[in-house]
Structure formats: C-alpha cells, structure tokens
Design a protein around this ligand. Structure first.
Ligand code: DGL
Length: 295
C-alpha cells in the first residue's frame, strides 16, 4: 500500500535534426541511457536550418516531428539548436508527448557554471538572431551578461573534417575574439556541430573558459523526464537504433561516424515529400485548432 507502481515503456525516443549533426546528441543519449531505443530523423534534404527564416524552421520542425510521431515514439528530442531556439515552445504546446530541446538544458548548465555571470553563446545565424539562449539564461539568472556570436562557417568546416586545421584556428580566432574582449567565463556550444570543434575553441579561448556541450546536458534532462513520466525502458532492453534521412548526403558514413564515434547501422533514406503528402495532411488536421493559434 502507498507504493507507486513502476511502469516501463520500451517505445523509442525520437530525435530530429536538420542533418547529421544531431548525432552528437544521440552519442550522449546512448551514453546516458544505454537501454533506450532511438529513432533518428535527419532532414538532410533541407539542411541547413541555420540560415532560414523562423517561419520555415517552425514548419520544418513540425513536419520532422510528424515523422517521428508516425513511428510511435514516446518522447521527442530536438537535437538541432536552431530548431530548439525557434520551435520547441510551439511543439510542446501542440504535441501530446514530451518534447525536449537542447536550449534549456544548455542555458541552465551555463547559468550554474558561470561564476562571474558573463556567458558567451555561439551558434548558427538563426539561433543567435532568435535571442532564445539569451532569454533562457536571463530567466534563470537575470543579472547575467550575455555575449552572442554567430559562427556560420563552423558547420561546413566540421563537415569537411577540418576540426584542427590552420584555417580552423584562423576562423575561430576571428569569431571568438569578441567573447575574449568581453571577458566571458563560460561559453555555450550552441550548435550540433560545435562539440567537434571543442579542442580548437578551447585553445582559442584559453583553458580558464568553461565550455558547455548542450548535448550532454540534454541527455541528463531526458533521463529525468523519462523517470518523471514513468516511461523509461526496462533495464533488460536491448536497444534498437534506426536512422532515417531525407537524402543520402555525399560521404554520409564518414561524416556520421565522426559525429557518433561509431558506425551508423540501419540507415534508410526516405522520400519525405511522399510522407508529407500521404501522412502530413492527417497530422495537420489533427492539430488544426492548435496550429491556427500559431500560424
Ligand atoms: N543542426 C544545426 C544547429 O544545431 C546546424 C546545421 C544547420 O544549420 O542546419 O543549429
């Protein structure tokens, strides 16, 4: 008597990103939650999101979520920082399963870690333009000073594999000097690709500045949410991983392995336009009332 029954849920966690960068978040999820199955959707046909308008990022994020909902996932992780910065509150309002973005966990970690409350945020142009990290940090520690810098060249550089090249250091110096001038003590790596530049960024900023990897913080938040909602997978589950892409990019395995640090099995390219024609309509209808408030 008085004992709460423990329920398990072996449905997969759904993760989406604009491309393969979100595998840095998957890597952290696998580490933290080794029994959870994962279904990943990378919108490689429509990447980048980081240069697009808020309206388009919101629509793409909804459509990516519809794909995962159709796979019957129990929770959605928005691995893309751009989508997290722009679309997560809307997804949380509309969808009937928990949605976790990388923004809030990253902001919370930075607000806690920063001793002088001078925090740098780096990300895509759309993430920085949205001011979402700034708003989130200020909501936690209003006295914080936030210095933001978009670093659009970092994404193609990582995909090219130039994580420790001479050119990497030149570009990093050019982007990051403003953070040094403003004497930040903590910097959020606010983009899926930036954890791969950690060494170059740390060397450019110096050893005293603390770097926050939003993916690591997000995995912890997901763990807590599964526990809170009583939807963790049982400990004896052999997890399954499925990776769906809307296009097979050139050198996919090579790039993906760099992000995930292991080979990527069960990769399937899907015709996303076909999915949206066949199934998208049903989802738009299902959420019509809520969506009219958003659009
Ligand atoms: N995944 C994106 C992000 O984390 C980077 C790539 C893009 O621009 O789509 O913001």
């Amino acid at each position: 008597m008085g004992k709460t029954a423990i329920h398990f849920d072996d449905r997969a966690i759904g993760v989406f990103d604009s491309g393969v960068g979100g595998l840095t978040v998957v890597k952290q999820l696998i580490k933290k939650l080794p029994h959870e199955s994962i279904i990943y959707f990378g919108d490689t046909a429509r990447i980048p999101y980081g240069t697009k308008s808020e309206e388009i990022v919101r629509r793409f994020s909804l459509e990516d979520s519809f794909f995962l909902m159709d796979k019957n996932v129990k929770l959605i992780v928005v691995a893309c920082n751009t989508a997290s910065a722009i679309a997560v509150p809307m997804l949380q309002n509309i969808l009937d399963i928990p949605v976790i973005g990388v923004l809030e966990p990253g902001a919370r970690a930075a607000a806690t870690l920063s001793s002088r409350k001078r925090i740098g945020v780096i990300g895509t142009a759309a993430t920085i333009r949205s001011n979402s990290y700034q708003k989130e940090i200020k909501a936690i520690t209003p006295e914080s000073q936030i210095i933001q810098q978009a670093c659009p060249l970092f994404v193609p550089m990582v995909e090219e594999g130039w994580t420790e090249d001479d050119v990497t250091y030149l570009i990093a110096k050019r982007y990051l000097h403003i953070l040094l001038e403003n004497q930040v003590d903590t910097v959020i790596l606010g983009c899926t690709h930036y954890p791969l530049l950690r060494t170059a960024i740390q060397k450019t900023l110096g050893p005293a500045i603390r770097l926050v990897d939003s993916g690591i913080e997000t995995a912890e938040t997901v763990k807590k949410m599964l526990h809170k909602k009583n939807i963790s997978a049982p400990d004896n589950t052999h997890p399954k991983y499925y990776f769906y892409l809307s296009d097979m990019p050139y050198k996919f395995q090579e790039i993906a392995e760099r992000f995930l640090e292991r080979t990527v099995p069960h990769v399937e390219t899907i015709n996303f336009d076909q999915f949206l024609i066949e199934k998208g309509e049903q989802f738009w209808k299902k959420y019509q009332d809520l969506l009219t408030k958003v659009y």
